[in-house]
Design a protein around this ligand. Structure first.
Ligand code: PHE
Length: 357
């Protein structure tokens, strides 16, 4: 019927074949462009009569509209396909579980230390921090351990350059220097407050000395149960009438609260420290659980030596008290059932993230 339909068909086929927008625009030029086939047909109308122009023109217009419609459909299809591909590529699976924000946590030794501070805090103990680089005087001499004392060899440590007997020169081997540091400050403070010459401090304005001092300590020592850096907590209670009886009740209260059980026993085993007299190791034994029936050493302790009381600035005829020094890492190992101390210091998150309180 007409010579135009094949052209429309050819245009549709060309548009359908175009794989890219550029190819599509090329195909469009072939049919609708300046020298495209439709344009050529229009030009060919010049020779026709007015009547013929009318019918021919209308037919060409119809064909042109059909081609333009085909072009628009092809453009639309191309845009749809592009959008679909993009959506596919950027697909978001909203059914996946959300990513959790990494939550930090405290190290088990820190958790144990926080427990210790809370428990002694509830018994009226102050919590004090002291320097890890310590002077010979505080670490040894003031604690009744003069330079030639054999106990020093058990406390072999790391020395730093530039110190002296009274200026920081070593890594502290225990938290006991805090006994002296805290007591001296305490006495000074209340002596100044009371304008007191030193008499009747406790009878007057000065409260008893009751403190714990947790922190890092150092010794030249390293195996499955010893690390060159470890943690201790010092305890000190000095007043006018403080005895071993108080030490026992305080320590028993502490240890049963720390382990959340009354099913354990406490034992004082005679020992020796230069700064306490008499001295004792404190052992505990669980009456149930995996550690049942074994005596475990958890602390050194004793009645503060008169010379140490003197070095605190107090009169040993009048003031008396007890001190203890416990291993925090050891307590943490027992509480959490850890059998190798080194696990605490390897920094493996799989191990560390198991402990919550
Ligand atoms: N400082 C001692 C140690 O590290 C422990 C201790 C502290 C003993 C207080 C008695 C009194 O071994």
């Amino acid at each position: 019927m007409n010579d135009l339909q094949p052209i429309v068909d050819a245009a549709q086929a060309a548009f359908a074949q175009a794989a890219t927008p550029a190819e599509l625009e090329n195909a469009k030029a072939q049919f609708l462009g300046k020298s495209g086939r439709m344009t050529e047909l229009m030009k060919g109308m010049a020779a026709l009569s007015v009547e013929e122009k009318k019918t021919r023109g209308a037919a060409i217009n119809l064909a042109k509209q059909a081609i333009e419609a085909a072009l628009n459909a092809a453009r639309q299809a191309m845009a749809d396909a592009e959008l679909a591909a993009q959506l596919q590529a950027e697909a978001l699976d909203v059914t996946l579980p959300g990513r959790q924000r990494g939550q930090g946590g405290l190290h088990p030794v820190s958790l144990a230390q926080e427990r210790i501070e809370a428990i002694f805090g509830s018994m009226g103990f102050d919590v004090a921090q002291g320097p890890e680089i310590e002077a010979d005087w505080f670490n040894f001499t003031a604690l009744n351990t003069p330079e030639d004392h054999p106990a020093r060899s058990m406390h072999d440590t790391f020395y730093v350059e530039g110190g002296s007997a009274t200026a920081p020169n070593l890594l502290r081997t225990h938290t006991s220097p805090m006994q002296i540091r805290y007591a001296v400050q305490h006495v000074k403070k209340y002596r100044a407050l009371a304008g007191d010459s030193g008499e009747g401090l406790f009878g007057g304005a000065m409260p008893e000395i009751r403190v714990i001092a947790p922190g890092r300590t150092y010794r030249v020592d390293s195996d499955a149960t010893h690390s060159p850096m470890f943690h201790q907590v010092e305890g000190l209670w000095v007043g006018e009438n403080i005895s071993f009886k108080d030490l026992k009740s305080v320590y028993l209260n502490f240890i049963t609260t720390f382990f959340e059980t009354d099913a354990l026993q406490l034992r004082f085993r005679p020992s020796y420290f230069p700064f306490t007299e008499p001295s004792a190791e404190i052992d505990i034994m669980f009456e149930s659980g995996p550690l049942k029936g074994r005596w475990l050493e958890v602390s050194g302790s004793g009645q503060v030596h008169p010379q140490v009381i003197r070095n605190m600035g107090l009169d040993p005829e009048r003031y008396i008290g007890f001190a203890f020094g416990s291993g925090i890492d050891r307590l943490a190992m027992l509480r959490y059932g850890v059998n190798d101390l080194r696990l605490f210091f390897d920094g493996d998150v799989r191990f560390l993230s198991q402990f919550q309180n």
